[in-house]
Design a protein around this ligand. Structure first.
Ligand SMILES: NC(=O)c1ccc[n+]([C@@H]2O[C@H](COP(=O)([O-])OP(=O)(O)OC[C@H]3O[C@@H](n4cnc5c(N)ncnc54)[C@H](OP(=O)(O)O)[C@@H]3O)[C@@H](O)[C@H]2O)c1
Length: 260
C-alpha cells in the first residue's frame, strides 16, 4: 500500500480510501460493518470516508473502538445548512465515531458557487471553524458530488477548503456540467494549489460490468493528481481486488520515481 501526504493538510493517508457509503446494504449489523472495515485496515487501508447521511459513522466507530485512533484518518461530511445543525452534526460525528476528533470534515455535496457562498453554508463553516479551533476537526473541505465547471472554480479558490472529494472516472460518466478532460484540468489546478484530492465514482457507483472493474479502478490509480482513490467497497472480494490493484499501482509509481 502507498501512503502519501494529503495535499498540504499535514495528514498522511493510504492511497486507497475505504468508501463506507453503502456498507449498510451488505452488512446487517454495525459489528459486521466494522469487521469489513477492519479487514481493509489489516490490508493497509488507513483512510476511511463516511458521512452523517450514510448512517455508517457507527460502523466506523465500532472499528475505531478496537484500534488505536491514530492508526486511521477519518473523513466525514454533513449536508446540513445552518450553524446550529452543523454544531450538532459535529458532536454526533464524534459520538458515533467514538473519537475525540475528526481528521477531515466536509461540506457535503456543494452543487454550485452560490451554494458554497450561501449564508446557510457560511453558518456551517462557522461551526467548522469553531470545532477546528477546539481541536475537534483537523481539516476542512467539501465534496462536489457529480458537478464540475464553475463549482470547481469556487471550491478551488476558497482559501479554507483544504480538501476536495470529486467525481472522476475514465469516461466522465455521471459528471454534470463539463467534459472529463476539462474536469481533469480543474483537478490538476486544485492539486497544484496544495488541496488534498480524493476521487469517487471511479467505477460509476457500480454501473459498469463486473469484468471491466479492474480497468476502471486502474484508471483511478493512474491519475497522478488524485491523492486518494475512494472506492465504495461493500464486501470482502471488493477489498481483495482493490487492495491488489492499489499495491500494483504503488509498485509502478515507485519504479517510475526511481527512474525519474
Ligand atoms: N457527495 C459525496 O460526497 C459522495 C457521494 C457518493 C459517494 N461518496 C463516497 O464515495 C464512496 C464511493 O461511492 P461511489 O458512489 O463513488 O461508488 P463507486 O466506488 O464508484 O462504486 C461502488 C459500487 O461499485 C460496485 N463494485 C463492484 N466491484 C467493486 C470493487 N472492486 N470495489 C468497489 N466497488 C465495487 C459495488 O456495487 P454493487 O454492490 O452494486 O456491486 C459498489 O457499491 C462512497 O462509499 C462514499 O464514501 C461521496
Amino acid at each position: 500500500m502507498e501512503y502519501l501526504a494529503y495535499g498540504k493538510t499535514g495528514l498522511e493517508i493510504s492511497r486507497l480510501c475505504f468508501g463506507a457509503g453503502r456498507i449498510k446494504d451488505t452488512c446487517d449489523t454495525i459489528e459486521a460493518g466494522s469487521k469489513l472495515i477492519l479487514k481493509a485496515l489489516d490490508e493497509g487501508v488507513t483512510f476511511w470516508d463516511t458521512a452523517e447521511g450514510y448512517g455508517t459513522q457507527p460502523h466506523l466507530g465500532e472499528a475505531i473502538r478496537q484500534i488505536r485512533r491514530e492508526e486511521v484518518v477519518i473523513q466525514t461530511k454533513t449536508a446540513v445548512k445552518n450553524y446550529d445543525s452543523a454544531s450538532n452534526s459535529i458532536e454526533k460525528a464524534l459520538r458515533e465515531l467514538q473519537t475525540g476528533y475528526v481528521d477531515v470534515m466536509l461540506l457535503h455535496a456543494i452543487a454550485s458557487p452560490e451554494d458554497l457562498a450561501a449564508r446557510e453554508r457560511e453558518g456551517v463553516l462557522d461551526a467548522f471553524r469553531e470545532a477546528k479551533a477546539a481541536g475537534k476537526i483537523r481539516v476542512i473541505g467539501c465534496s462536489t458530488h457529480t458537478y464540475t465547471g464553475p463549482v470547481m472554480d469556487a471550491v478551488i479558490d476558497h482559501p479554507e477548503i483544504e480538501v476536495i472529494l470529486t467525481t472522476a472516472n475514465k469516461q466522465g460518466r455521471m459528471l454534470e456540467g463539463g467534459s472529463i478532460d476539462r474536469h481533469l484540468e480543474y483537478i490538476q489546478r486544485a492539486y497544484d494549489t496544495g488541496k488534498g484530492i480524493s476521487i469517487m465514482k471511479v467505477v460509476v457507483a457500480g454501473g459498469i460490468p463486473e469484468a471491466d472493474m479492474p480497468e476502471w479502478i486502474e484508471w483511478g490509480f493512474n491519475l497522478e493528481t488524485a491523492h486518494a482513490i475512494n472506492l465504495g467497497m461493500t464486501n470482502y472480494p471488493h477489498i481483495t481486488l482493490d487492495v491488489g490493484l492499489a499495491r500494483a499501482s504503488a509498485r509502478r509509481r515507485l519504479i517510475q520515481r526511481k527512474a525519474a
